[in-house]
Design a binder for this molecule. Structure first.
Ligand code: ADP
Ligand code: MG
Length: 290
């Protein structure tokens, strides 16, 4: 091995905001063949461009948004941040939530103004009323993220958010393939419809939706049986999977602290293309090293 190549690779990476925790991580990255990624905030921008609120009959959609955003104020999830942002844009006053329980990758339960509020991506209950089923059917068509809001145990409404792909995602994934990552896998906590749509657009090799944090760990372990595996993610719910990968990469700019701490590599700018830069640096250091 040529330590000089490693040191210079690490320093080149750090100059573009890619923090690599040790030469071993750089070397492993250079040998990686499989990339596992999550969706929201990693492949998509996590900055929704359109928001549509539907309330149950008789309820005020703005009040549904207000309660949901209030509950989500302490969540590190990008969708939570988007709800809070939407409420701020509408100048809504958000009460402080108490007794907050976050189920990583699913949503939040909290008390707001004396009401128990849940917000998140739960499955539509089989007895859901017609309006809720209509929301679901429509969002399936346009690949939107749907966040259900319940108040005191009853479905109160849904917020739909259009979370676009990162503009550079197709190009970045092509670069990653040319740099040696010949298997691309997406593991997302979101529903199958938007996940599969993205999988088709990006030509991914495998897409798994509705993944819990432990499903993501199992998925990464499965991939590791056949290849050196990189996992890139942004959420608290991704932290265990990042730790399970040969090389864990955190989207560190807006992602959770937990994912950054679990990672071997942190992209400190909100740019997915830095992963391709890092991969190319790793490959070059490897060529020099052997
Ligand atoms: P991914 O794995 O694609 O990054 P996540 O597992 O982080 O997605 O989240 C899956 C879905 O769960 C999101 O699309 C979102 O709808 C929902 N979700 C998770 N946490 C929250 C939250 N705090 N508030 C609202 N929705 C949430
Ligand atoms: Mg995510």
């Amino acid at each position: 091995a040529a330590p000089v190549a490693i040191v210079s690779g690490l320093s080149r990476a750090s100059r573009i905001g890619v923090v690599i925790r040790g030469g071993g991580a750089l070397e492993n990255l250079g040998h990686a063949r499989t990339l596992v990624m999550d969706k929201t905030g990693t492949i998509t921008t996590g900055r929704p461009t359109g928001t549509d609120i539907v309330a149950a009959p008789g309820l005020d959609p703005v009040e549904v948004l207000r309660l949901a955003a209030a509950a989500d104020q302490v969540s590190p999830h990008v969708i939570a941040a988007a709800l809070v942002q939407e409420a701020r844009m509408r100048s809504l006053t958000l009460s402080y939530p108490t007794d907050v329980v976050e189920e990583a990758g699913t949503g939040v339960t909290a008390t707001v103004d004396g009401h128990r509020v849940t917000v998140g991506a739960r499955q539509l209950p089989p007895d859901a009323s017609a309006w809720a089923r209509a929301v679901f059917a429509r969002s399936a068509l346009d690949g939107a993220v749907v966040v259900w809001v319940t108040v005191d145990g009853r479905l109160a409404g849904a917020v739909q958010l259009v979370d676009p792909l990162r503009r550079d995602a197709p190009r970045t994934l092509r670069r990653l393939r040319s740099a040696g990552l010949n298997r691309l896998v997406m593991l997302t906590g979101d529903r199958p419809e938007p996940a599969e749509e993205i999988g088709t657009v990006l030509g991914l090799d495998l897409v798994c939706a509705q993944q819990t944090p432990s499903d993501k760990v199992a998925g990464v372990r499965r991939e590791r049986e056949s290849a050196v595996t990189v996992m890139v993610g942004d959420g608290v719910n991704d932290a265990p999977a990042l730790a399970a990968a040969t090389v864990g990469v955190a989207m560190g700019a807006r992602g959770s602290t937990a994912s950054s701490e679990a990672a071997d590599i942190v992209l400190t700018t909100d740019r997915l293309d830095r992963l391709a830069d890092a991969m190319e640096i790793a490959r070059r250091s490897r060529r020099i090293a052997v």
